[in-house]
Design a binder for this molecule. Structure first.
Ligand SMILES: [Zn+2]
Length: 488
């Protein structure tokens, strides 16, 4: 019905998921080829930016050669490499080793303390790359056809290099800072749990808890494919995963003698009620703003009218059908439920005493998991079926657009492309930002590299790469945002 802009936002940025076991073994020790360091007396001008882009390209190629496929991750190799690069510029990093082969890196550039710190967060691990589906070595760090190729080029070693370069440039150019800038490179983002950001927040909270802002993955800069930028999507909120196990209990028996309380039958009936349940449509402030912004670049006049006032549109059944028919818009407007796993008996002729199902629920910001569970229990309407959360969950939180950081991002974006739309994004998936939003740190997803729809498919896909031009743009964009919000 329309250009599904947000579909791309979600597909690009939703990152955390369960990874498969790696084919590749642990990576070798990092090799330092020491790309030329660009000397700076003051903040860089155009000539320096050209050389800084070359430096960033060489650094990314080097970083991509460190295999951090998770599991096992082996992020310690990445952390040592990052620490060595920082040390060349006189920035001392702390490397924590919460488990064998695992690491979290922390480095800080000091400001004068008149404003609270800014955290630049990146994860060092990557998802599996199956060599047979790639046309290049996923860990070769190859530079060809105007791009840097390798697993992590987009998710998210490329962005990590933009953050790293920002630190190096600020330090080299002696830029006076009003707030400390913290570089935090963590483990275990791609497996959604472990000893990465969660470990930092739990065991080293003092290092981060006074921060005012955080920049992370989870945003997008959409290229118009003609050398310009169509829009910037800044991640301000994410849905909250609320994963449940549904368990039905009954009487075991032989499959040849059916029993009235076969738990598999009971579970299937309960799951059917869940699958048929249409969760209520809910317009969050983030979704309302996203639709209103999208209306400004929507060409279809009917859709433009709907998007410009989504609350009114959702009272019109034609609009509801059209809008919720789009998977991404649907996920923006309601709590979603996907039944994803089923387990009964291992043997065809045995009625098991217990049957279970796994249910992937994603809650909108502002939703109470306990209240949703109560609603779902009413839908199931069977006391023999229990619903139990798989693990700890958290309410989805949202970072305000009325902040110095959001204004800085908007100003930097418009300085380059005055007509580009700067809008907010809600991720249907999640990143590590939620750990920090819960500490009260306003956290934003940035996608610094202008990408077309096709470029984005490399995230968790094959032949992941980032063009050198996009990398140059992204390094400068990142630096400009940070300098604007932290410089004096
Ligand atoms: Zn990622």
């Amino acid at each position: 019905m329309t250009r599904t802009v947000l579909l791309l936002l979600v597909a690009t940025a939703a990152c955390a998921h369960r990874a498969m076991p790696p084919l590749a073994g642990p990576s070798s020790a990092p090799v330092m080829v020491s790309p030329a360091r660009v000397a700076l007396a003051t903040a860089p001008g155009d000539a320096e930016w050209k050389a800084l882009g070359d430096e960033a390209t060489a650094l990314l190629a080097e970083y991509l050669r460190i295999n951090t496929t998770n599991p096992p991750g082996n992020e310690i190799a990445a952390a040592r490499w990052l620490a060595a690069v920082l040390r060349r510029d006189g920035i001392e990093a702390q490397v924590f080793e919460p488990a064998p082969g695992k690491a979290n890196l922390y480095a800080r550039l000091a400001g004068d303390g008149s404003a609270r710190p800014l955290i630049l967060l990146n994860h060092m691990d990557v998802v599996l790359a199956s060599r047979e589906y790639w046309t290049v070595d996923p860990f070769g760090g190859l530079i060809k056809d105007g791009a840097v190729w390798g697993r992590g080029a987009l998710d998210m070693k490329g962005e990590a290099i933009a953050q790293l370069m920002t630190m190096l440039i600020l330090k080299r150019a002696h830029v006076p800072l009003k707030r400390d800038i913290i570089l935090l490179a963590t483990s275990d983002e791609e497996i959604g749990a472990g000893v990465g950001a969660a470990w930092i927040v739990e065991h080293q909270a003092d290092l981060v808890k006074d921060a005012e802002f955080l920049l992370n993955e989870g945003g997008v800069t959409r290229s118009d494919g003609r050398g310009g930028v169509e829009f910037y999507g800044v991640g301000t909120t994410e849905k909250s995963p609320f994963w449940l196990d549904a368990t039905a209990r009954g009487t075991a028996g032989h499959g040849s003698r059916p029993t009235p309380d076969n738990p598999v039958h009971r579970l299937i009936r309960a799951l059917d009620r869940i699958a048929e349940w249409r969760t209520p449509l809910t317009v969050t402030p983030a979704a309302e703003r996203s639709f209103r912004d999208l209306a400004t670049i929507e060409r279809d006049s009917t859709v433009r009218r709907w998007f410009s006032d989504i609350r009114t549109a959702l009272r019109d059944s034609v609009a509801v059908r059209a809008i919720t028919g789009d998977l991404t818009y649907n996920a923006l407007l309601r709590n979603t439920i996907s039944i994803t796993g089923l387990r009964g008996s291992d043997k065809t002729n045995v009625i098991p005493p217990v049957a279970t199902a796994a249910i992937d629920i994603r809650l909108l910001p502002g939703q109470d998991p306990a209240a949703f569970l109560a609603d779902l229990t009413r839908v199931v309407a069977d006391t023999a079926v229990t619903l139990r959360p798989q693990g700890p969950n958290w309410p989805a939180t949202e970072s305000s657009t009325e902040t110095e950081m959001f204004r800085a991002i908007t100003a930097v974006a418009h300085a380059r492309y005055p007509n580009a739309l700067v809008t907010t994004m809600m991720l249907a998936g999640f990143t590590d930002s939620h750990y920090f939003r819960r500490l009260g740190i306003a956290s934003y997803g940035l996608g610094p590299f202008p990408l077309t729809q096709g470029d984005s498919r490399g995230v968790h896909g094959n032949d992941e790469h980032v063009s050198v031009d996009a990398l140059r743009f992204g390094v400068r964009f990142y630096y400009d945002v940070v300098a604007r919000v932290a410089g004096k």
